[in-house]
Design a protein around this ligand. Structure first.
Ligand code: SAM
Length: 284
């Protein structure tokens, strides 16, 4: 790896790159691998608006990459200046290079490489009116991205990833979050740590299960901070989680489908749990 991804950060500078074999470009392309993202604790996000929002929210940018043909756009000039001011690297590249970085024929003209952020489970102390989502071994990047986006839209406080899950900082998941990855705190936890936390956090864990005896609309979501616990796409929720939950609920279904898609079920739960807190007047 070249030094813009690890070790002391370089003083900001702008570099022009046209070659696909440039070592910095190779390092950025390597972020498509989870191993590289883990090692460098960084990830790639596409789109000018996303990069602007992330910088406004105080995320640390390591590298800004933009296509040469947008270099005079005022917003691009601004984000480039911000990146340099914060000690990041700025790359002005050909569209061919951007296509190879994003693996797309029609790439976004701006991408940013940011530092990952994780919230420690011990620091999560949900207060009144808070809703968290806990996902047991979520596998599908599109589901996870959609859930992060929906959690953001519903005003949830964060998402806890329990057990071995897909990486929220993969390109596919970040794309599916549509920018919400920068707004929703993410937590990683082993099943044992999650259960231990649950016993002391003063939360009500509402677990969703196809064998749940309670209609999800019958729960009082106002009493305590709520954690909506969702099962794995294939296996559903393990017995141990179902036993430890404060309520085991089901979303009534009609038709032939055995179950709902995980992201859809999470969306339904989120908007029901936060129904009393959401109104058109308060929204955007
Ligand atoms: N074959 C799995 C099973 O037996 O549980 C199906 C899992 S489903 C695709 C993924 C998750 O979405 C479930 O574990 C549950 O958390 C949630 N889910 C889907 N449909 C649901 C429903 N009708 N009621 C409650 N939860 C549901």
């Amino acid at each position: 790896m070249s030094d813009q991804h690890e070790g002391p950060r370089r003083v900001g500078q702008v570099k022009e790159v046209t070659s696909l074999s440039n070592p910095i470009v190779k390092d950025i392309k390597a972020l498509s691998l989870k191993k590289t993202r883990d090692e460098t604790k960084s990830f790639l996000a596409e789109g000018l608006k996303l990069v602007i929002d992330a910088l406004d929210l105080g995320w640390t940018i390591r590298t800004l990459v933009y296509a040469k043909n947008v270099k005079d756009k005022p917003q691009v000039v601004q984000v480039a200046a911000k990146t340099v001011a914060r000690g990041g690297l700025v790359l002005e590249v050909s569209e061919k290079v951007l296509s190879s970085i994003t693996r797309r024929d029609n790439p976004q003209m701006v991408v940013g490489i940011f530092e990952q952020r994780w919230t420690a489970l011990k620091d999560v102390r949900p207060g009144r009116d808070e809703t968290w989502v806990a996902l047991d071994r979520v596998r599908d990047p599109g589901n996870l991205g959609t859930i992060i986006r929906t959690a953001d839209a519903a005003g949830a406080s964060g998402v806890v990833l329990v057990g071995e899950t897909t990486d929220p900082y993969s390109l596919e998941t970040v794309r599916a979050t549509m920018g919400s990855v920068f707004a929703v705190p993410l937590v990683r936890a082993s099943p044992a740590d999650f259960l231990a936390w649950k016993r002391t956090a003063g939360v009500s864990v509402v677990a969703t299960h196809l064998a749940g005896a309670v209609d999800y609309r019958m729960i009082d979501y106002r009493r305590k901070p709520v954690v909506l616990l969702m099962g794995n796409e294939q296996a559903g929720l393990p017995e141990e989680f179902a036993r430890e939950a404060d309520a085991l609920v089901r979303i009534p279904q009609a038709g032939r489908a055995d179950s709902l898609n995980l992201a859809i079920a999470t969306g339904i739960m989120l908007f029901e749990a936060r129904r009393h807190l959401l109104s058109l007047d308060a929204g955007a």
